[in-house]
Ligand binder design. Structure first.
Ligand SMILES: [Zn+2]
Length: 284
C-alpha cells in the first residue's frame, strides 16, 4: 500500500502512555477472541455503549491526550490514512461532512463517552463523542484472527470505523437505533448487520477514491484489495463463531457473514459510489 506521501493531519489524539486502563485487557486468547466476536469493528452503538455502561456505570471521563501527528511509523500511518479518508469524504459530500472529533490511539483502556474502552473490544467508534478508538496492539490481533496484519487490512479497519462516523452524520445510525427499539433481538440484529456491511462498503469506496484526492500518494496497490478481502473474510460472524464455539448461529450475526463482508467491501471498491452502500438496507 502507498501512503507515506499522503498529507498529515488526520486528527490523531495520542493517549499512549497515559493511565486510564481502569479495566485491564484480558490476557487469554480465547477471551479476547470472544470479545472480538462481539465487538470487532464494533458497532451497533447501542449495544456497545450499553455494555460499556454496565461495566463502568456510565460514560468514563478521561484526560485528553496529545493532538497532532505522531512521530512513530504506526501512529503516522493512522494519521495519514485518517487525513486521506477525511479528504475523500469531504470531496464527496462537501460541507455535509465533518471529520471525527479525533482518532484516539490508546493502550489497554481509556475513557470514552460510551463508557470504558478496552483493547479487547477491538477498534470502535463512539457516537457520543464522535471519536474513533484504536489500541494499536490490535494490529497483532489481525494475525491471530487470520486476517493478516497488512497495511491494507489496517486501512480497511480504519475506514470501516470512519464509516460509522459517516452513519452518524447521514442519520443511518440513528435510524437503526430507532428501528431496533421496537424490534426483537433477531430482527434488530439484521439492522446491525446492514449498518456494519454499509461501513464495509464505505471502506471500499474510500480505498478506490484515495488516490484521487492525494495526487496518487495514498493508494491500494497490487494485492491490497485481496488483503482487505482476506481481512473481511476472517472477521465475518460465521468465521468468528466457528473459531470461538465451533458452530454457526446466523440469527446472532451482528456484522455479517464472511461472504457478505467481502461482497460489500468489493462492491464499494468496484463502484466507488457511496450511494450503492445503501443497498445493505434493501429488504429491511
Ligand atoms: Zn463496525
Amino acid at each position: 500500500m502507498r501512503w507515506k506521501g499522503g498529507r498529515s493531519g488526520g486528527g490523531v489524539e495520542d493517549r499512549r502512555g497515559m493511565s486510564g486502563g481502569a479495566i485491564a485487557a484480558g490476557g487469554g486468547g480465547i477471551a479476547i477472541i470472544v470479545a472480538i466476536a462481539a465487538y470487532f469493528l464494533g458497532i451497533d452503538p447501542n449495544v456497545a455503549s450499553g455494555i460499556a455502561n454496565q461495566i463502568t456505570g456510565g460514560g468514563a471521563q478521561q484526560r485528553e491526550g496529545t493532538f497532532g501527528t505522531p512521530g512513530d511509523e504506526e501512529g503516522l500511518f493512522v494519521d495519514k490514512i485518517g487525513a486521506n479518508i477525511n479528504d475523500v469524504w469531504t470531496a464527496t459530500y462537501g460541507d455535509s461532512y465533518s471529520p471525527p472529533a479525533a482518532v484516539v490511539i490508546y493502550e489497554g483502556g481509556t475513557g470514552t463517552a460510551c463508557g470504558q474502552g478496552q483493547a479487547a473490544m477491538g477498534p470502535f467508534y463512539c457516537p457520543g463523542d464522535r471519536k474513533v478508538y484504536l489500541d494499536l496492539s490490535f494490529w497483532r490481533e489481525l494475525d491471530n484472527l487470520g486476517a493478516g496484519n497488512t497495511e491494507a487490512a489496517r486501512a480497511y479497519v480504519l475506514a470501516h470505523e470512519f464509516g460509522h462516523h459517516m452513519q452518524v452524520l447521514n442519520g443511518r445510525s440513528q435510524q437503526v437505533q430507532q428501528a431496533q427499539r421496537s424490534l426483537g433481538q433477531e430482527d434488530g440484529n439484521r439492522y446491525s448487520v446492514a449498518l456494519e456491511l454499509q461501513a464495509d462498503c464505505y471502506a471500499g469506496v474510500w480505498a478506490v477514491n484515495a488516490p484521487k484526492v492525494s495526487d496518487n500518494q495514498v493508494a491500494f496497490e497490487a494485492g491490497d484489495l485481496e488483503a482487505g478481502l482476506r481481512a473481511a473474510n476472517a472477521i465475518g460472524d460465521d468465521t468468528l463463531q466457528k473459531r470461538s464455539s465451533g458452530r454457526v448461529v446466523p440469527e446472532a450475526f451482528t456484522h455479517g457473514s464472511s461472504a457478505q463482508r467481502m461482497e460489500w467491501l468489493q462492491r464499494g471498491f468496484q463502484t466507488g459510489d457511496p450511494a450503492v452502500c445503501d443497498g445493505t438496507f434493501a429488504g429491511l
